[in-house]
Design a protein around this ligand. Structure first.
Ligand code: BG6
Length: 490
């Protein structure tokens, strides 16, 4: 007799889409190839596009990699095994009858053992609710039998403001229980972000200085050097604050700013994050700058601007860049600006946190005046933690230079760095929720940005233009300067 833990069906709704093909299916294969998936495991793809099983397997195979199985022959064999477990059903997302067609595929094991199930909604956000309702009506909300579980996964964006997010939470809650719902912000699955808690709370040296007395400012930067590339259909209605800042950057902020969790479990970690978010007052327009990349000529070549993208509405005022100065009003952080910036079409691709310390007092080394120590936590690319310290330059004089204590993941660790989705998927299967967004956490994050988003919309704020491939609008520099800081420039 087998156990429910031996049986798992992953129903991937939106299986022919970009997210499923480029992230979820490869992450599942990565788990499979390392032996993390149960003996009786299968993927059932579901989407509108009509595809045969063979066609679905062919598009799935396109993005599978042998990262964890470098030996070509055994990897190929493992891929074939994995693909043989993938089947496909086409149908409308909101059609209960179409979803019911999954039932025969999801029937219990021959010995009657119920199976665990994951419904992964890799579908456009506007169909989250219709799909959820249809899943409920098709009878999939409850576990398939005693001892088994059913979980549902959705991925940001969760609504477009506090009210719509609340509605989504409430309506999903009428079909699935909160404990069944896994809300993904894939940044939480990234290796360096997961290391933040360790860095802060496993090393004695940081906690005593992790506060307003020693830290002058915190900068969180997210940038991409590509254009919107035809994704305007979603992005043009959202803009960078909803796309990146309200979720990825606030998650990072909460991990930097939070108090130590009383225990290392999902409840306490998320309690601590929610507490931190609730200490952040919503910024006004004075503390937010929005920008949009514009067309430019480089080397005689015309580089189109955001509005030139065919997927963007003509005359769009959607921000492709935003900078915000936030405060965390509590005993630890009062007076320390948290400067966030996020942009597309910039001069590089990276995400990083910069903790800038106050200058050393006393004036013993005037040469170091003004330039503080800095802890740089680089999320991507080239994951690293570096601490910039003043050091004496070797020689007979007393010259000082800023140098780095450097933890470069690539050289410091021999292990592969997992893709965020590998970690997240494994946690879903294990029922481990630390890396998923709880409903109150989501609401608190929306509370921070909803008022200014409403102001931007109501006043039709015109974003400041910046040339594609540059550092972003000048207004962001002025914003940082108003808070006594300057953005780091590569
Ligand atoms: C997504 C955003 O959440 O994150 C995209 O919607 C963005 O606009 C992407 O490009 C970036 O993810 P990553 O992991 O490549 O930094």
């Amino acid at each position: 007799m087998s156990e429910p833990g031996d049986h798992l069906s992953i129903v991937l709704l939106g299986a022919s889409g970009h997210l499923a093909r480029t992230k979820i299916l490869p992450a599942l294969f990565a788990l499979y190839s390392q032996g993390f998936l149960p003996k009786h495991f299968r993927v059932v793809g579901f989407a509108r596009t009509p595809l045969s099983d063979a066609e679905f397997r062919a598009i799935t195979a396109e993005n599978l990699t042998c990262r964890y199985m470098p030996e070509a022959a055994s990897c190929e064999a493992r891929m074939q095994e994995f693909l043989a477990r993938c089947t496909y059903v086409s149908g409308q997302y909101d059609a209960t009858a179409d979803l019911k067609a999954l039932a025969p595929l999801l029937k219990a094991a021959p010995d009657g053992t119920p199976e665990n199930r994951v419904f992964y909604l890799a579908v456009p956000p506007h169909v989250f609710l219709p799909v959820t309702r249809a899943l409920g009506e098709a009878g999939f909300a409850n576990p398939s039998g005693e001892g088994a579980w059913t979980r549902v996964v959705i991925e940001k964006p969760f609504g477009h403001d506090r009210a719509s997010s609340d509605l989504l939470t409430h309506e999903m809650g009428t079909v699935f229980k909160e404990e069944q719902i896994y809300r993904i912000d894939h940044y939480l699955g990234k290796e360096v972000i997961q290391n933040l808690l360790v860095l802060r709370f496993a090393n004695l040296i940081f906690e005593p200085i992790w506060n307003r007395h020693y830290i002058k400012s915190v900068q969180i930067t997210w940038k991409e050097n590509v254009s919107i590339e035809g994704r305007g259909g979603y992005f043009d209605g959202a803009g960078i604050i909803r796309d990146v800042m309200q979720n990825h950057l606030l998650q990072i902020l909460s991990l930097v700013a939070m108090e130590p969790p009383s225990r290392l479990n999902a409840t306490h970690i998320r309690n601590a994050k929610v507490n931190a978010l609730q200490c952040v007052p919503p910024p006004t327009l004075d503390d937010v700058v929005v920008g949009q990349y514009a067309a430019t000529y480089r080397g005689g070549v015309h580089i189109p601007g955001y509005r030139d993208d065919p997927s963007v509405l003509p005359g769009s005022r959607t921000a492709t860049y935003a900078a915000a100065a936030l405060r965390v009003v509590n005993g630890r952080w009062e007076g320390v600006p948290f400067l966030l910036r996020a942009g597309k079409g910039l001069d590089g691709r990276s995400s990083e946190i910069r903790i800038q310390f106050r200058p050393a007092p006393g004036g013993v080394f005037p040469a170091s005046d003004g330039t503080p120590n800095e802890l740089v936590i680089r999320i991507q690319p080239d994951e690293a933690i570096t601490f910039r310290i003043w050091s004496k330059v070797p020689g007979l004089g007393m010259d000082l230079e800023l140098r780095e204590l450097n933890l470069q993941y690539k050289t410091a660790f021999t292990q592969l760095i997992p893709e965020a989705y590998e970690d997240l998927l494994l946690d879903i299967l294990r029922g481990e929720k630390s890396l998923f967004i709880r409903e109150d956490e989501l609401a608190s994050a929306w509370d921070i940005f909803t008022p200014v988003l409403e102001t931007i919309d109501a006043q039709s704020v015109i974003p400041e233009a910046y040339e594609f491939g540059t550092a972003g609008p000048a207004g962001a520099d002025q914003l940082a300067a108003r808070h006594g800081a300057a953005w780091h420039r590569e």
